[in-house]
Design a protein around this ligand. Structure first.
Ligand SMILES: Nc1ncnc2c1ncn2[C@@H]1O[C@H](COP(=O)(O)OP(=O)(O)OP(=O)(O)O)[C@@H](O)[C@H]1O
Ligand SMILES: Nc1ncnc2c1ncn2[C@@H]1O[C@H](COP(=O)(O)OP(=O)(O)OP(=O)(O)O)[C@@H](O)[C@H]1O
Ligand SMILES: [Mg+2]
Ligand SMILES: [Mg+2]
Lengths: 226, 226
């Protein structure tokens, strides 16, 4: 499903280049639930942005569901992002002028799936325990509530691949467990789930763990760097 | 040092009022290191904003170092905030058009402590492990690096009270331990430290734990609600 070979990403800076990804090799099968861990600054978000087709590597290949992603047009990439991938951003990226319901509805409108969009958005918010916060704007929500709106938004399109960058970082352990139950049930439906996490308890609930260190994979599991 | 009595805070919403704080009683002595825990949405950030003189309660009293805060002028409050309180925000609140060094330097400039400000800012960034990221802008930093810049900025003024709203939420356990070592050494210098956290490991390192539930204190420790 997701195959990366020798992926490199460098950020040129005046003080000198930052080698964020230094040859990442990764193979994640359809329907797997995988954790990506590693210390702060090790390259996890940079990797997720490439997996989510939000940024391009400088070199290396990325095959998504058998297709070489760098051969796809901007239009095709946008279609993949809106219909096949659900992305929970580390910084949530909610639109401040839309309330929770409108934020969650947005991917459905982008995918032209407008029929019943409001009901689907409302249902997604119920699944993350926010039925009574649907009309709040992001600045009227707690940190953990914003995180849950971001999760609801990532799931509302019923994507086949879910990329979650630290989905439990802002919540208490009980809420974290509710979120993991939700991910487990999505996994049971056959979706591929990739979770970046600093929480060992969350990582332990995944089928395997991929560890990033200084921009490369250090514990391969099946199919990482060796 | 910090004494709250019957603090209430309500957010009026079209769908009905949200009673965020429903009579909080709290007494934290000078030099204590205290954890505030509670589930997502329980009122922790709302409480921290009142403690940090960033928002006012609707009713109840707040005595800070013996003075009733509601009797102070805006000017006096601003002076207290800039010189006595260091605040690590849950959402970091870094200025996007300033780099890490400039962001950390800002409280010194506000407090008119401009002599040696750049060196002090650089030193604060070294203490959180970011010596090699001083010229990066927030959008060129990882989530955990932004968190550490926010911590460095809160400490650069050497405040007597440190309010940290989830200071380790975005980092791995090793970095989290480095941050806690830093807080312990600040505590050893006699500073008062109040940490909101979802991490039981962090809460256990504090002298006592105050639990918020639905806007009131449930485990008093010494001096909470009873
Ligand atoms: N746009 C950018 N320009 C320059 N450097 C960048 C940029 N984005 C990220 N970096 C650097 O690349 C490295 C990897 O960043 P990344 O955000 O992938 O880390 P991470 O593993 O997600 O960390 P965290 O756990 O703190 O979120 C970091 O050292 C960061 O400073
Ligand atoms: N400006 C606001 N307008 C309306 N409701 C608000 C506002 N700010 C907070 N709330 C509500 O008040 C309650 C408490 O919010 P608060 O941010 O204090 O929670 P918290 O304990 O910090 O949660 P978390 O652990 O998720 O950060 C939440 O239910 C939230 O939706
Ligand atoms: Mg990250
Ligand atoms: Mg909060």
């Amino acid at each position: 499903m997701v195959q990366l070979e020798e992926i490199r990403k460098t950020f040129p800076m005046e003080a000198g280049p930052v080698y964020a990804l230094r040859g990442v090799n990764l193979h994640i099968k359809r329907g797997e639930m995988v954790a990506i861990t590693g210390s702060s600054g090790s390259g996890k978000t940079t990797l997720m942005n490439i997996l989510g087709c939000l940024s391009s590597p400088d070199s290396g290949t990325y095959r998504l569901a058998g297709e070489e992603v760098s051969n796809l047009s901007q239009q095709q990439l946008a279609t993949i992002r809106s219909r096949r991938i659900g992305f929970v951003f580390q910084t949530f990226n909610l639109l401040p002028r839309l309330n929770a319901l409108q934020n969650v509805e947005l991917p459905l409108l982008y995918a032209r799936a407008t029929a019943g969009a409001i009901d689907r958005a409302r249902h997604a918010l119920e699944r993350v325990g926010l039925a009574d916060r649907v009309e709040h704007f992001p600045n009227q929500l707690s940190g953990g509530q914003c995180q849950r709106v971001a999760i609801a938004r990532a799931l509302v399109n019923e994507p086949s691949i879910i990329l979650a960058d630290e989905p439990t970082g802002a919540v208490d352990s009980v809420t974290s467990q509710d979120i993991m139950k939700l991910f487990h049930s999505l996994h049971a439906e056959g979706r591929t789930i990739i979770i970046v996490t600093h929480d060992q308890g969350v990582a332990a609930q995944c089928e395997r763990q991929i560890v990033l260190k200084d921009g490369t994979v250090t514990i391969p599991g099946k199919g990482g760097n060796s």
